[in-house]
Design a protein around this ligand. Structure first.
Ligand code: NPW
Ligand code: ADP
Ligand code: K
Length: 500
């Protein structure tokens, strides 16, 4: 798992790497700039592109100067270097790179304090004005320049961080930021790139490795972790030769109403595809035919209105409750019954979450290690309104510790909060998955993994990864704009097979 760091921690790692690799700071800057260029040339291979590199006078600007030189050496001939001299402070590495640049045949011009921005004719603007050193919102000359550049409708590629964008902490939706089409960022995604508030400012990002000291990064013990394929490969267990259906658990899915049987079907079906040995759905009588025709592998316990179904909860290795369940008295009674009688971790989704929100005292009865899988609105119903995702992230950490549970907060980079305060950020899934029922499938996958004796933490992190990866495998190769939840469920075995 890659620890995700704040800007202050990144500065520490930077200094530690320089002192202990050892590497001079100018060589580290050169390494970062080369890494930037290697991605840049992939995206913009046409060397006739006209490029303006806007450089501040700090280290982000120092990178910009090195990048301009390296691009020039790669044969990009039409490069203008624009030095933004709004500050009298110049970093030593900036100064050294400026000297190096002067030996090349490159046009440079300065934009001085109080001066309006010169005319811009280039197609591509590289933003190396300010990076992770941002310590206050943009104002004055910086603000004016950024506002002006934002009006030009050029392709903007930011070095490390878009000018004006805070990498951690709360992001104001009307912050002044130089809006990037692409950010090529150093070493790791910045935490705020993974929150929806970044959307207006960052179209896409790539992280390039610049060889910062990994052991030191680990030692900083960031609670925020980025989940990568190798992490999931290390967790997934192949089936042993003498295994049988009893080896892989018996999952009970309490879900569905007459009008929302689909949620129960998708959830139970995903549970089957994700490898549960046996899956039983507790559904209303009206849904029985649908269940049997949708997926023959699922067994049923039928619920009749106003009657508690006969459920021997102890006979199930895991239970999920909520998809399409409704919020009537019967649903509440079922939830209360499960919370009273079942002592192992359960998975709580959808209407069961809404019931918890309406009866918050029930939250204290959640078995230790249980998993809640809210989307943003369900999360806010449970824990109160939030005005931004940074606040939601703090609440996630607080509530998982307080209630000793896991919370899967669904999003484009779904977060899994753990009882020890850690938060995993998922790296798979795509917008084609924004279809009703997709969350029901996720619940089925997590439940199946829990039943197969993965720990709740592994079940959440692996389930979220597999679900997103299956969606990626379906959508991305053909640039599909839509994938259906049932297709994602059916894809899970192939996704697991690839990873094993
Ligand atoms: N970390 C790494 O591993 C590596 C990092 N590298 C690169 O270094 C970059 C960070 O460089 P950096 O620290 O020099 O800061 P940078 O963003 O250039 O800002 C310069 C100065 O601007 C000022 N300032 C701040 N906010 C302001 C505002 N709103 N309006 C006006 N001024 C403002 C502030 O000065 P102050 O206000 O404190 O006087 C600040 O110090 C990083 O993004 C990456 O590109 C790589 O080269 C190598 C590996
Ligand atoms: N734009 C997106 N990018 C990535 N993943 C997405 C996107 N939109 C939705 N998803 C994923 O789809 C699922 C939607 O869950 P949810 O909102 O609970 O759906 P439903 O309640 O209809 O089942 C989540 O796992 C979420 O991460
Ligand atoms: K920048």
């Amino acid at each position: 798992m890659l620890p995700l760091l704040t800007a202050a921690q990144i500065r520490q790692v930077d200094a530690y790497t320089i002192a202990n690799e050892p590497v001079s700071s100018i060589d580290l800057m050169e390494r970062a700039s080369k890494a930037f260029v290697s991605w840049f040339v992939n995206h913009f291979p046409d060397k006739r592109n006209t490029i303006s590199v806007y450089c501040g006078t700090g280290n982000n600007g120092g990178d910009g100067l090195a990048i301009a030189s390296i691009l020039y050496e790669h044969g990009y001939e039409f490069i203008n270097v624009k030095i933004v001299r709004f500050s009298n402070k110049v970093s030593p590495d900036f100064a050294e790179n400026l000297q190096r640049l002067q030996s090349l045949n490159l046009t440079t011009e300065s934009i001085e304090q109080g001066q309006t921005a010169p005319q811009e004719t280039s197609d591509i603007l590289i933003d190396a004005i300010l990076g992770s050193g941002l310590n206050k919102p943009l104002a004055g000359d910086y603000l004016e320049l950024v506002n002006h550049l934002n009006t030009l409708d050029k392709t903007i590629v930011a070095v490390d961080v878009p000018t004006g964008f805070y990498t951690d902490g709360e992001v104001d939706s009307d912050a002044a930021v130089l809006k990037a089409d692409l950010v090529i960022t150093f070493q790791q995604p910045k935490i705020n790139f993974l929150l929806p508030e970044s959307a207006p400012f960052i179209k896409c990002w790539e992280a390039v490795n610049i060889g910062l000291h990994e052991v030191f990064i680990e030692s900083l013990q960031s609670p925020y972790l980025w989940v990568e394929e190798k992490d999931i490969k290390a967790v997934l267990k192949p089936r042993s030769r003498f295994s049988h259906k009893g080896t892989f658990g018996h999952a009970l899915i309490i879900a569905g109403q007459a009008k929302t049987m689909g949620a129960a079907l998708l959830c139970s079906s995903a549970c089957v595809y994700a490898g549960a040995g046996l899956t039983t759905a507790c559904i209303p009588e009206s849904g029985l035919t649908a269940l049997n025709s949708y997926q023959a592998e699922i067994m049923a316990v039928v619920r009749k209105a106003y009657e508690m179904p006969e459920l021997k909860l102890d006979s199930y290795s895991t239970i999920a409750i909520g998809p399409g369940l409704g919020k009537d008295e019967d649903a509440l009674a079922l939830l209360q019954y499960v919370l009273e009688e079942y002592k192992q971790p359960i998975v709580v989704d959808a209407d069961a979450l809404n019931l918890l929100a309406e009866h918050p005292r029930l939250m204290a009865d959640l078995p230790a290690g249980s998993i809640l899988t809210p989307h943003m609105k369900e999360f806010d119903r449970l824990f109160g309104e939030h005005s931004n995702w940074w606040q939601r992230l703090q609440t996630l950490q607080q509530k998982t510790q307080e209630l000793n549970i896991y919370i899967v907060l669904k999003n484009s980079y779904t977060m899994v909060g753990c009882p020890d305060g850690k938060v995993y950020f998922n790296s798979t899934s795509n917008a084609a998955m924004a279809v009703g029922g997709m969350g029901d499938v996720l619940t089925g996958v997590i439940t199946a993994l829990l039943g197969q004796k993965y720990t709740p933490e592994q079940a959440c992190v692996t389930g979220v990864y597999l679900h997103g990866k299956a969606g990626d495998e379906l959508a991305l190769p053909n640039r599909l704009q839509v994938v259906l939840p049932g297709q994602v469920a059916a894809r899970i075995p192939a996704t697991i097979a690839k990873l094993l």
